[in-house]
Design a protein around this ligand. Structure first.
Ligand code: PEP
Ligand code: MG
Length: 313
């Protein structure tokens, strides 16, 4: 099978009825960018910028961040890279970061002071990262998305912060990106209830199914006893995703899935049946998922999904 996947590297990711499905990869290290060519992916759909912070002994300075982002963009060439701003805090605590005097461990770190919540409170961190991303993307398109958005104002505030840095750089006569596209990650279920408010303000939406399913089922994503208990193909998740995809279609906002769900062939097929046309997955899954895509009729799968969601079985 491996030889088959390698041979498929340069073949298009298109269903038998002509539906193109963008296959991107999840990455976090400089080396990951090389996987793009190796597996024949369309870009990096999720670059987890916190990796650099987690492996550093001290807070990475702006120049160091900027160098990493530029190297990744250079390796990607014409292909898009979606940078996610830091998802730290909670269980990904940084030893070199003070936590406002109260260092007690959180009882529920996954639901705690993490990701965008922390970044908006500690906006110095976010400003530095925004500048590093903007400068690294000079002359290119910068795709930037924010993790754990729970309410539209958080997204707005994060976007305004980046825009402010862009204006500042402009005033300094620095070379800027030719465009900045802003996205929100949908991983907190509450956000799905306010998509009518959020979607007119974003350029794209990315569904993080790892955190989303943990919060939908109230089941710790790292708990070994729960790992196999709830199914990504459960009606609850599929109906939830169906509503999100429809809302995005109604607002003409591109939507993708960047959680592990999209890297499993059956689950990826279900997502295509729901209308998803962009998956960002682990590089090793690109071959198998592309083989599946090239073998299915998207309209047929869509019809099956429609019946399944209506009947619930
Ligand atoms: C997710 O939550 O689905 C996601 C893609 O982000 P992470 O796995 O980094 O939390
Ligand atoms: Mg997440």
């Amino acid at each position: 099978r491996r030889a088959e996947f390698v041979a498929m590297r340069d073949l298009p990711s298109v269903t038998t009825d002509g539906q193109r499905v963008e296959l991107m990869v999840n990455a976090g290290l400089r080396e990951d960018a090389q996987a793009l060519d190796l597996v024949g992916a369309d870009g990096i759909g999720l670059f987890r910028t916190e990796f650099q912070f987690l492996v550093s002994a001290t807070l990475p300075q702006r120049e160091k961040q900027q160098r990493l982002y530029k190297d990744v963009l250079d390796a990607a060439g014409d292909r898009p890279v979606i940078f996610r701003t830091v998802d730290i805090g909670g269980d990904k605590a940084l030893p070199y970061m003070q936590r406002d005097g109260d260092d007690e461990l959180e009882d529920n770190p996954a639901m705690g002071w993490r990701a965008l919540r922390l970044a908006l409170d500690r906006d110095g961190l976010m400003k530095v990262q925004a500048r590093a991303l903007l400068e690294a993307s000079a002359g290119k398109v910068l795709n930037i998305m924010f993790p754990m958005v729970s309410e539209p104002w958080e997204y707005e505030e994060a976007r305004a912060l980046v825009e402010h840095q862009r204006e500042w750089l402009h005033a300094q006569k620095k070379k800027l990106p030719i465009a900045v596209r802003y996205g929100a990650m949908l991983e907190v279920p509450a956000l799905a209830e306010v998509l009518d408010i959020l979607l007119p303000r974003v350029d794209f939406l990315s569904i993080g199914t790892n955190d989303l399913t943990q919060f939908l089922f109230a089941a710790d994503r790292a708990h070994p006893k729960l790992a196999e208990r709830y199914d990504w193909l459960s009606i609850a998740i599929l109906r939830f995703l169906d509503r999100v995809v429809r809302a995005c279609q109604a607002h003409q906002v591109p939507v993708g899935v960047c959680g592990e769900m999209g890297g499993r062939t059956l689950e990826a097929m279900a997502l295509i049946g729901l209308g998803i046309r962009r998956l960002s997955i682990t590089p090793a899954s690109v071959g198998p998922v592309k083989a599946m895509i090239r073998a299915i009729d998207a309209a047929e799968v869509g019809a099956v999904m429609h019946d399944l969601l209506r009947d619930g079985r």
